[in-house]
Design a protein around this ligand. Sequence first.
Ligand code: NAP
Ligand code: G4F
Length: 332
Amino acid sequence: MAKQALITGITGQDGYHLAELLHDKGYVVYGLIRGQQNPKKQRVEQEQPYVKLIEADLTDPSSLVYALELSKPDEVYNLAAISHVGYSFKTPQLVADVTAKGALNILEAIRQSRGNKRIRFYQASTSEMFGGLDYNRPGTGYDENALFHPRSPYGVSKLYAHWITKNYRESYGMHASCGILFNHEGPRRGVEFVTRKISNAVARIQLGKQSILELGNLESKRDWGYAGDYVEGMWLMLQQDRPDDYVLATGESHSVKDLLELAFKEIGIDNWKPYVQQNPAFLRPIEVDILLGNPSKAEKKLGWKRKVDFPGLVKMMVQYDIGLESASSQID
Ligand code: NAP
Ligand code: G4F
């Protein structure tokens, strides 16, 4: 019989890629959708008609009980979150409700459900939990045993979700795993994140639809991979006999400036500086200066390895946005 999976965060970047992966593997895919009029619902219905949408919200425990009853999942992937680090400083309590307590809500709904012994659970943990501070620099890369020092309300909330998942695993023997994922991007990334903001602006600049790109901190470094590779790792975690935590990363770190360099080169511009202005509105109260991951455990135990490298990722995103922007007539 086909396996059934429930994905929270179905309208997000990872929800898109994971739904596609599971569908290709023959799963019946359920997706949790929130809001009485979610504008992204139509997108899912058109592009991924095989996804069975269930109206629920991570902050509403009874709706999660209903979602579990309806989907009877073998696997639950908790991808839903308020996931923008900068925004989390503006709505810290909302972020705690959704990103931290939301994880508890769904774990508890699983624990109390009839299928609790069978259901395997994935929690979307993050490299933002590490912090990149001087006393705790990544060295050769943060691994599963590195110290945590989150630097945003988002990171703190994710750390709660990480630990409550481990706690439910240890307390109740649940098959619950955390993927500590470093930044992963692609054409499905929201334009509020720096990679897509840059790829989209570069495409618009090439087409004469935009002249200036405003950004915040250009010095920070991230370990950027491709989202399509990372959802494969999520799935592999839930196929293991024992639940565990794994870092998924590329093992390389690049600055926002490196990203600008490659993205502008893609449209034949060697000097990006005249096109980029710094705007303090995009700075955060504090920053994570550097993230670099060590994916050795996932590579060894799961047989996972990223396929797309950093130049390949930037090229993919810029070319996608050139196609997208060529087809639309909106100008600044
Ligand atoms: P994303 O594009 O921002 O998607 C977030 C999803 O959460 C959206 O589908 C959103 O639905 C949903 N959501 C927000 N509030 C909700 C609520 N109250 N109830 C139910 N759903 C809610 O994020 P992503 O990039 O796909 O990332 C997936 C997960 O991995 C997130 O938990 C993120 O924090 C984590 N993560 C991401 C990265 C990365 O680099 N992408 C790295 C590490 C960890 P709406 O459409 O209704 O807003
Ligand atoms: O693209 P970002 O917003 O991603 P960030 O903060 O690293 O968080 C993403 O990755 C995390 C994993 O490490 C996830 F957990 C999280 O959910 C999210 O997906 O910013 C990347 C860097 C930052 O240093 C930021 O300050 O780019 C810098 N930046 C510079 N100008 C900007 C901008 N970021 C954004 N979003 N917008 C700017 O204009």
